[in-house]
Design a protein around this ligand. Sequence first.
Ligand code: HEM
Length: 481
Amino acid sequence: MATLDQTAPPVAPPAELEPRMPPGPRLPRILQTAGFMLGSSPWFIEACRRRFGEAVTFQTLFDSQFVMVFSPALVKELFQGPGEQLRAGEANAMLGPVVGERSVLLLDGSEHLRHRRLMLPPFHGQRMHAFAEAMRRSADLEIDSWPVGQPFALLPSMQSLTLRVIMQAVFGYEPGPAEEDLRRRVREMVEPLARPRSMALLAALPMLVGREPRLNDLFASARRKVDEVLFAEIARRRALGDEALAASDDVFSALLLAEDEEGERLSDAEVRDELVTLLLAGHETTATGLAWCFDLLLHAPAVHARAAQSAKAPPSGAADPSNERYLDAVVKESLRLRPVIPGVGRVVRGEPFRLGEYVIPPGIEINPSIRVIHRREDIYPDPGAFRPERFLVEDPPDTYSWIPFGGGTRRCLGASFALLEMRIVLARVLERTALRAANPKPSKVQFRSITLAPRDGVQVIQDRPPGRRAQSVNPALAGQP
Ligand code: HEM
């Protein structure tokens, strides 16, 4: 039997796994932090890429050492690496107080795969067609609420639109008092985090929730108000029984019924965490993406004209598929030029991870920089130009150079949903009304803890009242992206 003083000396790792970190700036951490936080463009990161290469080690006040990668080849190594060793859940830990510890966003390894398998089915295949109708109706409701002849901010309107859509998809709620009540509670929980400079609040949440009274007031009580409704609804639905749940086609019921290979279902706490995950991940991101898409479009007259023409094409089976493809390309190009999430993370655990010519030791986070990769001149010539045609060529950007939804086994679970929603809302707005930009220049990019949002919320003007609602969604626009 081993005793304490007989413990074997630590074994040195084989030479090929000796840590070899990429080079990086030697500036003090505070200055590197300022480089990340100041200005609306990633000029500091870009300058370091030019100076040090495709992988760079940084040090900030938020993280004493991490690596950013900028080349599709390194992104591919990362996205194809093993989930047990490259932990996205750990990299997302700061979201824990909001989404809960059992959220798919926070889990890693086999637990992550289990949740992901249980959650995926409702976001694929035929169900997506049912969601298309909810997206169209929500767009119509929003368009009908816009003022005529005076500027208004598009971002809040898009937030209300996308929250309504995700609530309908997840809960099956029709617009009405119950839906409005939960919508208000969710926005109260998200809003403090969606403000500028809320990064510090988000970083501090794991330490403060439950301990710091003011934060409890701000955030934890908002979270409790959401939980009250969710747990009551979980109990109500479970009481209905499997047959009734199976007859409903919303994601909530699908989550309650989903079984893993051992026949196990998600617990109440797990269902709560996944519901909040879908509500949060599914609306703020898509709303921001839509606001950017309109901002870019309204400042690019030729693209705007062609997109409007594509949207107004006859809503019949005879519709020209190139119209649908053009709107799809507008959405993709907009997510390239204005990615909503600036980067994703993977924390190395277990063995050191080989990344190109480097060996990254356990404990270090590796971040593909979405916004720098999306601006690479060698992949996207004239990268600052808004050019949907980039996605209409035979060989469009691949899954390691166009990465607004991350990638690998962690790729955004709602990517198809978001692309479909953005395309339908874009088409609906272009079809029914004519917006113009209230400001001559596009909005400035502002970092809001998780998202890169338009600083002024995208100010627009609708000169004339919108046209009447059409009867149904253009079938050409309701297909899978
Ligand atoms: C334009 C809109 C959206 C953007 C830009 C976006 C972006 C992302 C990104 C970058 C990730 C991390 C991926 C990675 O680590 O590799 C992610 C994860 C996720 N997203 Fe989205 N998202 C959007 C919309 C949605 C929607 C509509 C839903 C739900 C209906 C959703 C649900 C999720 C979930 C559940 C995850 C975690 C996946 C996992 O860890 O396995 N997202 N998203």
